[in-house]
Write a protein that binds this ligand. Structure first.
Ligand code: BGC
Length: 751
């Protein structure tokens, strides 16, 4: 045991006189810093994932002993994956009481789409285009997480994702930069609330900085080749926006960009983030991404890796032990300056101070609050609302939906699955805790006669390590029963998709069709009953060409979380009129990837039907199967032409674009009205169009509503040829409509 000094004694009057005055707080961090030994400073930059064995006195060997000793001697600044107020308090107490300065730990965890109450996977939720909703679900996640003694989530992921083979697209907000930035801000605000030191808010983390979504061929952890303009114009804006709203931390990405791993990239971390943006928060590495500088082949040893990472601007080493093992020596030898070390330590201490941990290391550990906060009714109600708003109606031929039938067959390996809807990154959710589709339907539509058949199995591997090779693809023994059930029904609901762990980290796929025997089953059912509603549960866009051609109704239901079944039943029954729109294009084939709406024109765009020598694949229709911004409703909306307030816009002045949208149907419905802009000629090539605004509003049956968008210089600005940010005079095209492929347009000139 080490010398014990309670924190309050060390800071005496400063703690007693604690106030919200930020100068005083900063002084407190500096004062603490001035008392720390070199080892203690290094310790603050060390983060481990630890299990409960590290809190108890039991016999410890190997790594566990090293980690325990480090924990008890002030050589660990943060831990991840310690859950529960009781466990957290015990660990915090050991550290506070046994270390010389009693500096509290900060506890981190991946709360990606809910803690116990699980919301839709972020890609799904982004389809709601409802920023208030996304802020609210992050808020509830923070309430539950903080009640479980965790003060820091590694979310939101704000990597723009254009390659659905990459399994982590499920964690993001889709392919668009503007929408991604708006969603990033909403989620950060939700997690952090107005006051980080309040016990029901948590620190957020802008991850993964940067370029992770562009891994070559969609293979996770793979190399990235993007140019500087693309980095600045496409990848960086959500990160910059979240820094502007005060996101407490950043996380490095695993990838390199054109040879420079992000964890050791001084341009990204020192010049851009901490330099240009004056970011004063803390940068944590990704899991051993400091150590991975060795297999990346830019460092020979952990010693070199630690030097490169901290000098580049990474402040905390997650699970790499490179800092804790080497930084002392690096500083003593002058390879890392004391200024660099102090700056990193100051950022870590400032995070703890902002969270209120320096005032009261135990403030987040309240078992009574924990017992009371989990999965409260209002949390589950929000989960249901978020889930139904995330559903995207992709096809509804002959108005098969909402359901009118009385005899309905429910078929498919996911229909009674209570686990898949919770998705990957389900934090502390109980396994099998979602409402299944079958439960939702039978509870929500008691007058309908539902029959059920599984049809085929999906996963034969251990659930959380499922990969393509562990998907069942030979057992057709359930087909006959499914066909029998389908024959006797007026309508068949087929519930197919990917199991929960088929998307997410390390779950890249080279074929993104329905896995296993599902398509074969669907075709067999189609032979006996064509009235099929396909309900898909998946973590990424899938290639569904045959399905889109043949199946009359298709509902994209993602992995929708705890209340999935109820939410889907709300939509299928018509209790909720679907309003979701895709935030990521659905490709027609894998060979088309990446396919995204805001591509560049190229020097050889299509100019007519009989062209050969232009940018295209000769064996597939141009464009995606379902484009960005697309989604149907039970209402039908028509758009008036776009009217601009002026055909000339002066620099510094704004103009407006107006459109009238009419609900021509007999059903009230919400529409997401989207604004896109094209910069016709630029100093660098520019996207064919870019989303620059959207409004989601309820329009009653028969009602017409006018929508006004303000076009400002900010919306027209980009990183230009010389990398400066601003506008360029010239012509712009404005598009307003219901999806990136269904638009009215007008033109103006920027003087
Ligand atoms: C992931 C991060 C995550 C971290 C901690 C890494 O493998 O890339 O997103 O926050 O693990 O669990």
């Amino acid at each position: 045991m080490k010398f014990t000094v309670p924190l309050a004694m060390v800071f005496g009057v400063l703690i007693a006189g604690c106030s919200n005055d930020s100068t005083k707080k900063d002084n407190r961090v500096d004062q603490l810093l001035s008392q720390m030994t070199l080892e203690e400073k290094v310790g603050q930059l060390n983060q481990y994932a630890v299990g409960p064995e590290l809190t108890g006195p039991g016999e410890k060997t190997g790594q566990t002993k090293i980690r325990y000793d480090q924990l008890m001697s002030g050589q660990v600044g943060s831990v991840l994956n310690v859950l529960g107020a009781k466990n957290g308090r015990e660990m915090q107490q050991q550290v506070v009481e046994n270390t010389r300065l009693g500096i509290p730990l900060v506890f981190g965890y991946d709360v990606i789409h809910g803690y116990k109450t699980i919301f839709p996977i972020p890609l799904g939720e982004s389809s709601s285009w409802d920023l208030g909703l996304m802020e609210a679900t992050a808020r509830v996640a923070a309430v539950e997480t903080s009640a479980a003694g965790v003060q820091w989530t590694f979310a939101p992921m704000m990597d723009v994702g254009r390659d659905p083979r990459w399994g982590r697209v499920m964690e993001g907000a889709g392919e668009d930069t503007y929408l991604g930035a708006e969603i990033a801000k909403a989620r950060v605000k939700g997690f952090q609330g107005g006051d980080l030191s309040s016990t029901n808010t948590i620190a957020a983390c802008a991850k993964h900085f940067a370029g992770y979504g562009f891994s070559e061929s969609g293979k996770d952890y793979n190399n990235v080749y993007i140019g500087q303009h693309m980095l600045l114009n496409t990848v960086i804006p959500p990160f910059k926006a979240s820094a502007e709203v005060g996101v407490a931390t950043f996380m490095n990405s695993f990838n390199d960009i054109d040879g420079i791993p992000s964890t050791a990239n001084p341009y990204l971390l020192r010049d851009l983030l901490k330099g240009d943006w004056k970011y004063d928060g803390m940068v944590v590495s990704d899991w051993n991404s400091v150590g991975e500088l060795i297999p990346h082949g830019v460092a020979r040893s952990k010693y070199e890796a630690a030097r490169m990472a901290i000098n580049a601007g990474s402040d905390m080493d997650m699970e790499g032990a490179a800092f804790v093992e080497n930084l002392k020596q690096l500083v003593e030898k002058g390879e890392v300056s004391m200024n660099v070390l102090d700056d990193a330590v100051r950022r870590v201490l400032t995070l703890k101070q902002r969270l209120g941990l320096l005032d009261d290391p135990y403030k987040y550990f309240d078992e009574a609050r924990e017992a009371e906060q989990m999965m409260k009714k209002e949390h589950l109600d929000l989960a249901r609302d978020a889930a139904r708003k995330s559903i995207v109606l992709l096809k509804n031929e002959g108005n098969l939906l909402p359901l009118k039938a009385n005899r309905i067959a429910v078929i498919g390996p996911l229909a009674k699955d209570k686990d898949t809807p919770i998705g990957n990154w389900r934090a502390a959710a109980e396994p099998n805790s979602a409402v299944s589709l079958f439960e939702g339907l039978t509870e929500g539509m008691p007058d309908v006669n539902f029959s059920y058949a599984e049809g085929c199995k999906l996963s034969i591997g251990p659930n959380n390590f499922v990969n393509e090779l562990q998907i069942e693809n030979s057992d057709r023994s359930g087909f006959a029963e499914a066909i029998r059930v389908a024959r006797g029904a007026e309508v068949v609901i087929m519930n197919l998709g990917e199991p929960a762990y088929m998307s997410g980290e390390a779950r890249s796929r080279s074929d993104i069709g329905l896995p296993g025997l599902q398509l074969e089953l669907l075709k067999e059912i189609y032979k006996v009953n064509k009235n099929i509603v396909l309900v898909m549960m998946n973590g990424r866009p899938l290639t569904i060409e045959w399905e889109a051609e043949n199946i009359p109704a298709i509902v994209e239901a993602w992995h929708l979380g705890s209340m999935a079944g109820h939410a889907i039943a709300d939509v299928l029954s018509g209790r909720y009129n679907p309003s979701g729109k895709l935030t990521m294009s659905f490709p027609r084939s894998v060979g088309q990837i990446p396919v995204y709406y805001n591509h560049k024109m190229s020097g050889r765009p299509s100019t007519g039907p009989n062209m050969v020598f232009y940018t295209h694949h000769m064996d597939v229709d141009r464009g995606p199967r379902y484009p960005f911004g697309y989604g149907l409703s039970y209402s039908t909306f028509s758009y008036s032409p776009v009217v601009l307030s002026d055909s000339v816009k002066a620099n510094g002045k704004s103009i407006t674009a107006k459109v009238t949208v009419t609900n021509n149907s007999a059903v009230d419905g919400e529409e997401v009205v989207q604004l896109y802009i094209r910069d016709v000629v630029g100093s660098i090539t520019r996207p064919v169009m870019e989303l620059k605004g959207f409004q989601k509003t309820m329009i009653s049956a028969g009602e017409s509503k006018e929508f006004t968008f303000e076009i400002t210089d900010e919306l027209l600005s980009f990183y230009r040829l010389d990398f400066s940010f601003g506008t360029e005079p010239g012509d712009f095209e404005v598009f307003v409509g219901s999806s990136s492929a269904n638009l009215q347009s007008a033109r103006f000139t920027l003087k």
